[in-house]
Design a protein around this ligand. Structure first.
Ligand SMILES: C[S@@+](CC[C@H](N)C(=O)[O-])C[C@H]1O[C@@H](n2cnc3c(N)ncnc32)[C@H](O)[C@@H]1O
Length: 252
C-alpha cells in the first residue's frame, strides 16, 4: 500500500520530534541512529561535519542535535548585515553559526515544522547568546516570509524529506532577493537510480528514499528561476546516493 504525502510528512515530524526529545532529555544516542538522517554512519552525518572552531561556538545540545549531511555554513558565503534563512533548522546549529557570521546587523531565520525542534533551537540560541535569530514554525513548501526578503537560503538534509520538492524550490526562489543564493547540503541520487531503487537503499525518514537525482535537482532549480546551478557529490551515503552540496543563484 502506498503512503500518502500527509502520512509521510507525519512520519517525518514524529521521527524528528523524537530526536529533539532525546537531546532535551539527554537520553542515549540523541540524534543519530533509529532511522534518522544520520542513521548508520556518524562520521558522514551530524556534528562530525563541523570543525572544532565551529563546535566551540555552539552549546552542547546544538551539536548533539545535529542531524545534517553536510555543513551549509561552510559552503554558503555569508556577509555581515545579510539575511539568511535555514530550511528545516532542527536544533538550530546552522542558524546559530549563520547569525554569528552575519553579525548584529544581519538576521538568521530558522524554519521548522516540528514544535519540539523549535523549542530546542530556541533554547540553544539563548544559550549561545545570539540575539539576531528568529525561529519560525511552518512548512518549507510554504515559507512564512515575504517575497524578495532573504539574501541566502541554506538547508541541511531537509529538502529530500519534502513531499513536494517543486513547491520548496519555487518558495526558495520567491523569498530570495534577485541575485540571492542558495547553499544547501542534501542527499542526492545518481541519475541512474529510479525512485524504486532509491527506496530500496534506505528509508524516507532516513533521508534516502526521498532523494532527488542530480538531474532532477538541476532541472528543478532551473525551472524555479535559478542560474549558476552546481550539484557536487561529496561522499557516498549508500550505493548511488551521495551527500552533496547544491549551489545556485536566483536569476535577476
Ligand atoms: C534531518 S533533520 C535536519 C535538521 C538540521 N537541519 C540539522 O542539520 O541538524 C530534518 C529537520 O527538518 C524538519 N522538516 C522536515 N520536513 C520539513 C518540512 N516539510 N517543513 C518544515 N520542516 C521540515 C524536521 O522537523 C527536522 O527538524
Amino acid at each position: 500500500m502506498s503512503t500518502s504525502a500527509d502520512e509521510l510528512r507525519e512520519q517525518v515530524r514524529r521521527r524528528y520530534a523524537e530526536s529533539a526529545r532525546s537531546v532535551t532529555e539527554r537520553t542515549a544516542n540523541p540524534g543519530c541512529g533509529g532511522g534518522s538522517c544520520c542513521d548508520g554512519d556518524v562520521e558522514k552525518f551530524g556534528e562530525a561535519l563541523y570543525d572544532a572552531e565551529q563546535r566551540g561556538e555552539l552549546p552542547e545540545a546544538a551539536t548533539l542535535a545535529s542531524l545534517g549531511c553536510g555543513n551549509p555554513t561552510a559552503v554558503a558565503e555569508l556577509n555581515a548585515g545579510e539575511t539568511v534563512l535555514d530550511l528545516g533548522s532542527g536544533g538550530g546549529i546552522d542558524v546559530i553559526l549563520s547569525a554569528k557570521r552575519v553579525g548584529p546587523t544581519g538576521t538568521a531565520y530558522g524554519l521548522d515544522m516540528t514544535d519540539e525542534m523549535l523549542a530546542l533551537a530556541q533554547q540553544n540560541a539563548s544559550e549561545a547568546d545570539v540575539a539576531n535569530v528568529h525561529f519560525l514554525k511552518g512548512m518549507i513548501e510554504q515559507i512564512p516570509l515575504p517575497a524578495s526578503s532573504v539574501d541566502v537560503v541554506i538547508s541541511n538534509c531537509v529538502v529530500n524529506l519534502s513531499t513536494d520538492k517543486p513547491a520548496v524550490l519555487t518558495e526558495i526562489a520567491r523569498v530570495l532577493k534577485p541575485g540571492g543564493r542558495i547553499g544547501i547540503s542534501d542527499i542526492v541520487a545518481e541519475d541512474r537510480l529510479t525512485p524504486t531503487e532509491r527506496a530500496e537503499r534506505g528509508s524516507y525518514v532516513g533521508c534516502i528514499a526521498g532523494a532527488l537525482s542530480k538531474g532532477e535537482y538541476e532541472a528543478g532549480l532551473e525551472a524555479a528561476g535559478f542560474e549558476q546551478i552546481d550539484v557536487t557529490f561529496t561522499y557516498e551515503a549508500a550505493d548511488g546516493l551521495h551527500g552533496a552540496i547544491v549551489r545556485a543563484v536566483k536569476r535577476p
